[in-house]
Structures are given as structure tokens and as C-alpha cells.
Design a binder for this molecule. Sequence first.
Ligand SMILES: *[C@@H]1O[C@H](CO)[C@@H](O)[C@H](O)[C@H]1NC(C)=O
Ligand SMILES: *[C@@H]1O[C@H](CO)[C@@H](O)[C@H](O)[C@H]1NC(C)=O
Ligand SMILES: *[C@@H]1O[C@H](CO)[C@@H](O)[C@H](O)[C@H]1NC(C)=O
Ligand SMILES: *[C@@H]1O[C@H](CO)[C@@H](O)[C@H](O)[C@H]1NC(C)=O
Ligand SMILES: *[C@@H]1O[C@H](CO)[C@@H](O)[C@H](O)[C@H]1NC(C)=O
Ligand SMILES: *[C@@H]1O[C@H](CO)[C@@H](O)[C@H](O)[C@H]1NC(C)=O
Length: 281
Amino acid sequence: MARDSLQVVVSLSMFHKFILLINLIFYSQIGFIYGSKEDFSILNFNLFGQDYTPPTPPLPPPSPHPPSLSCEEDLKGIGSLNTTCQLNTNLQFENDVYIGGKGNLDILPCVSISCLVPGCRISINISRDFSLGQNSSILAGTFILRAFNASLVDGSSINTTVLAGNPPAQTSGTPQGIDGAGGGHGGRGACCLTDNQKHQEDVWGGDTYGWSMLDKPWSYGSKGGTTSRETDYGGGGGGRIKMVIKGFLDVNGTVLAEGGDGGFEGGGGSGGSIKIAAHKM
Ligand SMILES: *[C@@H]1O[C@H](CO)[C@@H](O)[C@H](O)[C@H]1NC(C)=O
Ligand SMILES: *[C@@H]1O[C@H](CO)[C@@H](O)[C@H](O)[C@H]1NC(C)=O
Ligand SMILES: *[C@@H]1O[C@H](CO)[C@@H](O)[C@H](O)[C@H]1NC(C)=O
Ligand SMILES: *[C@@H]1O[C@H](CO)[C@@H](O)[C@H](O)[C@H]1NC(C)=O
Ligand SMILES: *[C@@H]1O[C@H](CO)[C@@H](O)[C@H](O)[C@H]1NC(C)=O
Ligand SMILES: *[C@@H]1O[C@H](CO)[C@@H](O)[C@H](O)[C@H]1NC(C)=O
């Protein structure tokens, strides 16, 4: 019922252009995944009753993000994201959020910004500086920050613990079973065979995954199994965090992507992914 360790890759690089290139590749892959295969289906065409009509060309890849929320109206802050926007109000979202502009974003002390839906994404892409004030927090399943400089003041946290979206299939501990095996990720989840009526192959810890993208980790943690058919006692998987900082990153707060605890009746969830690239930390 062990908790799998957090997967962390930190890369310090002077080669910003290289980092940006990797990110462009990443977004183009996402665009590809969104492109619908149904556009190509021949089943929709009546081949004998009418002239052949070529299938409609695929849709252009969707923009990687919706338009930005506005500082004052949507985020109830002060100022503008193209100059300086200060957020002083707790915000709780239920859907993915994109915040972008050419200025600074300051989240003032003791402010919480959250989207507690598993896998929910909060993306911030600003051209100048980001700061997360004392005792402030950002809670989401996926958090992405692009900024020039970024500082996390003491007591602040970026926390994706237990907010994972769906991990790859078969990576959670015995999904439908009644044994509390741990979720897999960088290693196989722990498996504790407590019932000797059962076979070893019916009770498994989650599979290993994530190694192929170790240089740009971007997978969720997976769930622990539960010992009960009625109640889910397994811990949830950790979320994902990516921070791409062109200048200085100063962290006195915490950055978390932990899996949830199991217990006597369930397995622990595995940790998610954290990727940080900055010129200087
Ligand atoms: C910020 O500037 C961009 C481009 O100059 C513009 O499209 C956007 O509407 C501006 N946003 C705000 C909040 O003024
Ligand atoms: C971030 O915003 C800039 C403009 O301010 C834009 O050029 C860039 O494509 C955005 N990056 C991502 C990954 O959305
Ligand atoms: C980033 O931080 C450095 C060091 O504190 C500072 O010299 C620089 O002006 C900052 N850049 C911006 C765009 O604020
Ligand atoms: C942040 O929390 C610490 C410890 O609880 C407290 O001493 C400090 O006053 C808090 N800061 C603010 C700005 O509320
Ligand atoms: C982090 O702590 C160091 C040492 O106390 C301090 O010099 C620095 O200004 C702090 N940075 C932030 C962003 O709070
Ligand atoms: C992070 O989130 C988890 C789950 O919500 C919570 O239990 C934990 O206390 C949080 N940690 C911090 C440092 O805020």
C-alpha cells in the first residue's frame, strides 16, 4: 500500500528557444489528437446513389487555448493582464481556465484559485512577471505557467495533489477488484495479496508508465485499488505541473503533485508529474 514516489524532472537551461521548440511540438501533438477521425469516415457516403463527393478536409487544429479571461470582469481583480493584474478574491472554477496577456499577474496574499474537478486545467501565459503571494494557493488537476519571472512567496502552494485526470488504462491498482493495491507510474504499484482465496494475477498493482517521456513528464498519477466493492477507498492520483520561466524562478512556497494516501482498506495513488524549466532558480 505504498505511495509511489513523485516524478520530478527539473531542467535548467539557457537555451530558451530549445524549450519553446519542445513546447510547440507538444501543442501540435495535442492538436492532432483533437482532429476527429470521423471526418474521414466513408460510412456516411451513399456510394451508389449519387456522385462521389470528396470527404471534407480535416478541420484546422484548434487553438491550444480559449481566449483569456479578463482581469476585472472574469477574475474580479484590479488592473489589466496587459499591464499589471492583481487578484485579491478567491476564485473557484468548474472548467478549464486560460489567463494570458502581455503584462504581470500578482496573486495577492491569502487568495485561493481553484478548479477541484479532476484533471481541470489552469493555464497562465503572461509576458512579464508572475507572483503567488504569501499563503496563497492554486489548486487544479493541471497547472501550466509561462512567464518571464515567477516567484512563489513563503506559505504559497501550487497543489495538484489527488486531482489527476484519467491515467493510462491498467495503471491503477486492481480497478474492479477488492484488493487495495497501489497505483503504478514510474514503477509498478505495490500489491498486497491479503486474501489467499485469490490468485496473484487477479490482484495487481498498477502498471509502470511515463518512462518514454521522462524528459518532458506529462502524465497523471493513477489510483489505488479498493478492498470494497461498494466504497472506493483507493487514493487518487497526483496531477501535472509545468512551469516555463524565461528569467528567474524564486520558490519559497510548495509545488505538489502527490498521490492520495491509501490505508487499511485501499491502496495509495501514485504521484503525478512536475516539469520546471527556468533560466535561473
Ligand atoms: C492585450 O493585448 C492583446 C494584443 O495586443 C489584445 O488582443 C488583448 O485584447 C489585450 N487584452 C486586454 C485585456 O486588454
Ligand atoms: C503565450 O502568449 C503569447 C502572446 O502573449 C503567444 O504568442 C504564445 O503563443 C502563447 N503560448 C502558449 C503556449 O499559449
Ligand atoms: C526578472 O528578474 C530579474 C532579477 O530580479 C530582474 O532584473 C528583471 O528586470 C526581471 N524581469 C522582468 C521582466 O521583470
Ligand atoms: C501566513 O501564514 C502564517 C502561518 O500561519 C502566518 O504567520 C502569516 O501571518 C500568514 N500571512 C498572511 C499574509 O496572512
Ligand atoms: C525567498 O526567501 C529568500 C530568503 O529568505 C528571500 O531572499 C527571497 O526574497 C524570498 N523570495 C520570495 C519570492 O519570497
Ligand atoms: C494539497 O492538497 C491536498 C489535497 O487537497 C491537501 O490534503 C494538502 O493539505 C495540500 N497541501 C498544501 C501544502 O496545501
